[in-house]
Design a protein around this ligand. Structure first.
Ligand code: EPU
Length: 362
């Protein structure tokens, strides 16, 4: 097992922030995790699992032992009368998985095309776009306990998915899961943040495919093209076009996607805000609560194009914070967080809403 010291992470976080990992080990299989746990010099270190690095803000060098999840392997794991079950390794690239499933004639992931990052990170924050979330296509995942080396499988319920949320985002005392996911049946409130490394994820792609087209950007594409019954490949192409037009490509301008979650409020709170802000963008959810567009709130406070040092607010989508300094003079994590806090303060002062950051701050 090779331990890499002072490993540069700039190419491994989509913001392009310059930071180092004091120690980094590449994980290609469960055996690599077991080797780390068997090594007296490594086993007691706090551990940080790094996937595609597309949802993190590095605020300094990482002192924890970085486990870089590089397990690969996309395959059709099972086929039933009703569905294809597709499996991918944690280290596979998310967008490549989406493209590969479509090439094989297994539709279902097309609305989530071009989301940056790795397959292993996709359940952690329950990625989603254009009307489909990972949890809508999720079958199960395999993971390994970073303290004991125990390999375990979690089903849909055990992942406790929520909006950009799962059991993997909660610590041992703050978990939302009703049962201990690693010991199903036992009753405890236990999260898995920092405790597990996801190795493989399986997706449930129903053979009776139904396009999901009720997102405004896709409805606009239908109007523009006159294609009312698009194929999955057509939806994939539309989603790629919409994302390329609205969202910065991390390979060109560093960013971590949406920086804040879209907040939800009660209908009463929403009416109260609309009385003062008639143009408020809002959507009624199935449970009656109201989702507000965080991008609109930030935009309304005049943040588009503003900067703190080399961290800025993207000109075309106020929900995305970007690295304006590129590779040579990148923003720091501190600049990103100062900007984020200033945005939170101004949105709170105007709308009375505290925006919650989406990326993991390291
Ligand atoms: N808006 C503005 N100004 C802005 C940005 C947005 O007025 O600067 C308005 C838009 O006009 C629109 C509304 O806000 O009426 C919503 O904007 P958009 O459709 O672009 O989507 P979003 O809510 O900002 C969410 C996800 C994205 C996902 C898109 C498409 C979150 C936090 N973000 O963005 O996910 O791609 O919908 O489904 O839920 C991510 O999580 O990293 C991400 C990119």
């Amino acid at each position: 097992m090779l331990v890499e010291h002072n490993y540069p992470l700039q190419a491994h976080n989509s913001f392009g922030i310059s930071a180092k990992a004091t120690q980094l080990v590449r994980i290609h299989s469960e055996a690599d995790v077991l080797a780390v746990l068997a090594d007296p010099a490594l086993r007691d270190f706090p551990k940080f699992v790094l996937g595609g690095g597309s949802n993190i803000v590095l605020t300094g060098d990482v002192k924890a032992l970085v486990l870089k999840a590089e397990i690969k392997g996309m395959r059709l794991a099972a086929e039933t009368e009703k569905a294809w079950i597709v499996e991918a390794g944690a280290g596979d690239n998310w967008h490549e998985l989406v493209a590969w499933t479509l090439q094989n004639g297994w539709p279902g992931l097309e609305n989530m095309a071009l989301i940056p990052g790795s397959v292993g990170a996709s359940p952690v924050q329950n990625i989603g776009a254009y009307g489909v979330e990972l949890q809508d296509r999720f079958e199960s995942l395999d993971a390994i306990d970073l303290r004991t080396g125990q390999v375990f499988t979690l089903n849909h319920a055990q992942c406790a998915f929520g909006y950009r949320d799962s059991v993997f985002k909660h610590g041992a005392n703050t978990g939302r899961a009703e049962t201990n996911p690693m010991n199903s049946g036992a009753s405890s409130h236990m999260g898995l943040a920092g405790r597990a490394l996801i190795t493989r994820v399986r997706f449930h792609l129903p053979k009776r495919w139904k396009p999901v087209l009720d997102y405004a950007d896709l409805e606009r594409k239908i109007q523009e093209t006159g294609i009312t019954a698009p194929s999955a490949q057509q939806i994939f192409d539309w989603v790629c076009e919409v994302r390329r037009a609205k969202l910065p490509d991390p390979a060109v301008i560093g960013n971590a996607g949406s920086f804040f979650k879209n907040p939800t409020v009660t209908p009463e709170q929403c009416e109260d805000i609309i009385a003062r802000e008639p143009k408020l963008v809002h959507y009624v959810l199935d449970d009656g609560r109201i989702k507000l567009a965080a991008g609109w709130l930030i935009d309304a406070c005049g943040w588009k194009g503003k900067s703190v040092g080399n961290a800025g607010v993207y000109e075309k989508q106020a929900l995305v914070l970007v690295n304006r300094g590129g590779r040579d003079n990148p923003c720091t994590g501190g600049e990103v967080m100062t900007l984020a806090k200033a945005i939170q303060t101004s949105v709170y002062e105007r709308f009375g809403i505290l925006l919650e950051p989406e990326p993991v701050v390291v």
